[in-house]
Write a protein that binds this ligand. Structure first.
Ligand SMILES: Nc1ncnc2c1ncn2[C@@H]1O[C@H](COP(=O)(O)OP(=O)(O)OP(=O)(O)O)[C@@H](O)[C@H]1O
Length: 420
């Protein structure tokens, strides 16, 4: 394969992102292709090939982890400590060892590879606010596929760590960045909704995912919008998280009220959202309110935010992404939303997620106390409903936490539920 073909094939390769450049120096021949922001540079002199991966590239961390596993003889490791605080207050700490800044060697498929991890003293990665780093692999030999294999193995290793987990992304600058640790998938059945809402949305999303052809044949943009509305603490966010887990999708959370989020950036973010992800616009009412009802307020909001209402509508209607786009919006106040925002085509399915019904209360009781007979669950429902007050599932869950091992106490003390 000619080196130019090799470059072309690399550019088609998903691991290489938007582009990269190649400098080939040898026998007076130089090839230069635009080094992009993803910026992988391949360098070849005689039978030496160099691959440079900058810290902003997605494969950078994967590669460091993979090198740590493969360059077992390397003595120079640095530690990257991460910790996660759970809602209970418990903290889990994890130590990741990665090759330190400097030079390392390892052998892969009978080829010696030199690794150089460099840190620039005077250049910062503006998105992350950390010193600019690169890792450069230099292999002696002619096996041009070596780097494909390495990147592929590194990617698989990283994905394996994420198996059974849901990844959350937030927008940082013009990119999506992973937010926190991948979370253990929440089973869909653990979110108890009323009236088959969960099943309805799940089957709608599934049908959508399976039917791209239907949309293409009719010339309809391949996207679907959902609006979940209702009082706080009734399961909107939990359901979306669990749904993502069930579909093995990630979630991209976007806060429209964020300062500095312009219409252009919003459109760009939509077009670069990770594949197989649900896009979540939470509390959409906080960003835009109904034109008719709150004209003044809306002007004030638009003054603060740089995403304009028409920019948002354009994004919802836009054709920026060729991928399937599944967008969820949530609000506590449906009546505050401009009807233009939630008309069919922009929002295809609206579901009210309300306060706990008798059925939900019963289900929750049975989940907490599976050994109890059904009558006890019904007794609990009656005990709650006799107060004639609305209660969110979040409140019921919080109340149950006080009676983890007391299935009778939880029935006797329901009056305390609203005092939590
Ligand atoms: N229907 C439900 N089934 C099981 N657990 C629930 C349900 N609703 C709420 N919870 C629990 O209550 C907590 C808060 O729920 P969640 O954040 O999903 O509510 P929400 O409707 O999105 O609220 P908000 O409108 O304030 O964003 C979560 O810990 C969740 O486990």
């Amino acid at each position: 394969m000619a080196i130019t073909d090799f470059v072309a094939s690399l550019q088609d390769n998903p691991y290489f992102g938007a582009g990269f450049g190649l400098v080939g120096v040898g026998a007076g021949v130089a090839f230069l292709r635009k080094a992009s922001q993803v910026g992988m540079i391949l360098f070849r002199r005689h039978y030496m090939m160099t691959l440079e991966v900058p810290c902003r590239d997605k494969s950078y961390q994967w590669l460091l982890q993979w090198i740590t596993l493969n360059a077992r003889n390397t003595q120079h490791l640095s530690v990257e400590t991460s910790f996660q605080q759970h809602e209970t207050g418990k903290i889990n700490t994890a130590f990741d060892f990665v090759p330190s800044v400097g030079t390392h060697f390892f052998k892969y498929k009978n080829t010696w590879i030199r690794v150089e991890r460099n840190r620039e003293q005077h250049t910062l990665d503006l998105h992350m606010g950390v010193p600019w780093e690169t890792v450069t692999l230099t292999a002696i030999g002619r096996n041009k596929n070596l780097y494909f294999y390495i990147l592929d193995e590194a990617r698989k290793l990283a994905l394996k760590k994420q198996e059974g987990k849901t990844i959350m992304y937030t927008a940082v600058g013009s990119e999506w960045r992973q937010f926190g640790h991948p979370r253990k998938r929440r089973p869909l059945t653990s979110v108890i909704l009323d009236n088959g809402i969960s099943e309805r949305i799940y089957s709608d999303v599934n049908e959508f995912i399976k039917g791209p052809q239907w949309y293409t044949e009719r010339g309809i943009p391949y996207r679907r919008g959902y609006l979940l509305y209702g009082p706080p603490g009734c399961g909107k966010s939990s359901f979306i998280t669990a749904l993502a887990g069930e579909l093995e999708y990630s979630i991209c959370v976007l806060n429209l009220s964020e300062r500095g989020l312009s219409d252009d950036r919003l459109n760009h973010l939509m077009s670069v959202a990770p594949q197989q992800s649900l896009i979540l616009l939470e509390d959409i009412d906080a960003a835009f309110v109904s034109r008719e009802d709150n004209a003044k307020l809306k002007v004030a909001y638009e003054g603060l935010n740089r995403v304009t209402f028409s920019g948002l509508l354009n994004m919802l209607d836009g054709v920026a992404s060729a991928e399937a786009r599944i967008l969820f919006m949530t609000t506590n106040y449906l009546e505050r939303l401009d009807p233009a925002l939630i008309r069919p085509g922009r929002v295809d399915m609206k579901e009210y997620i309300g306060y706990a019904s008798g059925r939900q209360l019963k289900h929750m009781y049975q989940r907490f106390y599976p050994e109890q007979p059904e009558e006890k669950a019904e007794e609990f429902v009656q005990a709650v409903q006799k107060h004639g007050k609305e209660v969110s599932m979040a409140l019921v869950q919080g109340y149950f936490m006080f009676y983890k091992n007391d299935p009778y106490g939880v029935i006797e003390n329901t009056n305390l539920m609203w005092k939590l």
